[in-house]
Design a protein around this ligand. Structure first.
Ligand SMILES: Cc1ncc(C[n+]2csc(CCOP(=O)(O)OP(=O)(O)O)c2C)c(N)n1
Ligand SMILES: [Mg+2]
Length: 333
């Protein structure tokens, strides 16, 4: 099974939007227009795209420090995202949160997160909410391989499993947590875990688990569809490990001295966008001209987002602590 034919081009467009957003974010970062740290999702586009195509607006996601792709795939506004990266008043957090704090509760985005492992317990909370309200919603918790060494990962996995929460844990295994290799492969020294797949960890909690090629958007879509339906029907959580690779350094400006020789080149050959292009052409769902036109549309949307951001004002200095502290704290306490 693959993405239904009528939605196959939508997947292509979403991946192109993510790719172009990241290109622009990187460019604007080097020009000093984007502030703070940014962690790019380039190379991993098929994961967020294939998963989020199975979600409703009323479903939730929790994201990570590498969150642009998740948030775009869940349907966020590119203008407000780019404005946030550029520190502008019109951004999702009025320009005070930056890349790692983008949140849009209107579409179920419960937040990117600078705290590695910060999404696990939030996802359980969203799962409990859906369970108590009996509204059929599901929460997808995106996280990296490196975060599965944190205590909250194990606590959340156990809780979700024993309480049969409607949560789908989507592990983006890109092979590294910063410079520490995850994979148990003789080529890597000192890996961060001693099991073959991250999904093995889910089995310890009695959780249904699957491993997929995270660069193949059709495969991700298909498995995510199954996982999300299973969780939505009240059968409990599912673990989906997506094997993929980040093309850029850990954050923009970081060193890059730990990859194996040729590793990046090998993964670039497996580019998720190129793979999908080949599939679309083979299936006669699109030709080169149509693909070029879609890619151009995506580029133009990103260009427009940058223009919107650059024309927006910075937040006024007197609002520096507004929205930073909760307003239910009474004065003097
Ligand atoms: C609690 C916490 N510990 C450490 C860090 C520093 N840190 C930022 S990203 C990262 C690695 C995350 O690796 P992974 O979960 O695999 O995500 P990836 O960057 O590969 O997408 C670490 C250790 C942090 N932000 N938060
Ligand atoms: Mg990783």
């Amino acid at each position: 099974m693959a993405i239904p034919k009528e939605r196959a081009l939508e997947a292509y467009k979403t991946m192109q939007k993510i790719r172009n957003f990241e290109k622009q974010a990187s460019r604007s970062f080097s020009e000093g227009v984007v502030q703070g740290f940014i962690h790019l999702y380039t190379g991993e586009e098929a994961v967020a795209t294939g998963v989020c195509m199975n979600l409703e607006k009323t479903d939730y996601i929790t994201s990570t420090h590498r969150g642009h792709g998740h948030i775009i795939a869940k349907g966020a506004d590119l203008n407000r995202m780019m404005a946030e990266l550029c520190g502008r008043e019109t951004g999702y957090c009025h320009g005070k949160g930056g890349s790692m704090h983008i949140t849009d509760t209107e579409i179920g985005v419960l937040g990117a997160n600078g705290i590695v492992g910060g999404g696990f317990t939030l996802a359980c909370g969203a799962g409990i909410t859906a369970q108590m309200k009996q509204n059929g919603a599901v929460c997808v918790c995106f996280f990296g391989d490196g975060s599965t060494g944190t205590g909250t990962f194990h606590e959340a996995m156990n809780l979700a499993s024993v309480w049969k929460l409607p949560v789908v844990f989507v592990c983006e295994n890109n092979g590294y947590g910063i410079s520490t290799a995850c994979r148990r492969d003789s080529s890597y020294t000192n890996p961060s875990m001693n099991c073959k797949t991250v999904a093995d960890r889910a089995l310890a909690y009695g959780m249904k688990a699957m491993v997929v090629d995270g660069n193949n958007v059709n495969e991700v879509y298909d498995r995510a569809k199954e996982a999300i339906a299973y969780a939505r029907e009240g059968n409990g959580p599912v673990f989906l490990e997506c094997n993929t690779y980040r093309w850029d350094t850990h954050f923009v400006g970081d060193t890059d001295n730990y990859r194996l020789p040729d590793e990046l080149a090998v993964w670039k050959e497996k580019c998720p966008i190129k793979l999908h292009e080949t599939y679309l052409k083979f299936m006669k769902l699109a030709d080169d001209d149509q693909l070029k036109a879609i890619a151009k549309e995506a580029r133009n949307e990103v260009k427009a987002a940058l223009k919107f951001a650059e024309e927006s004002p910075f937040p006024a200095p007197e609002t520096a602590v507004q929205d930073v502290y909760t307003d239910i704290v009474e004065e003097g306490r």
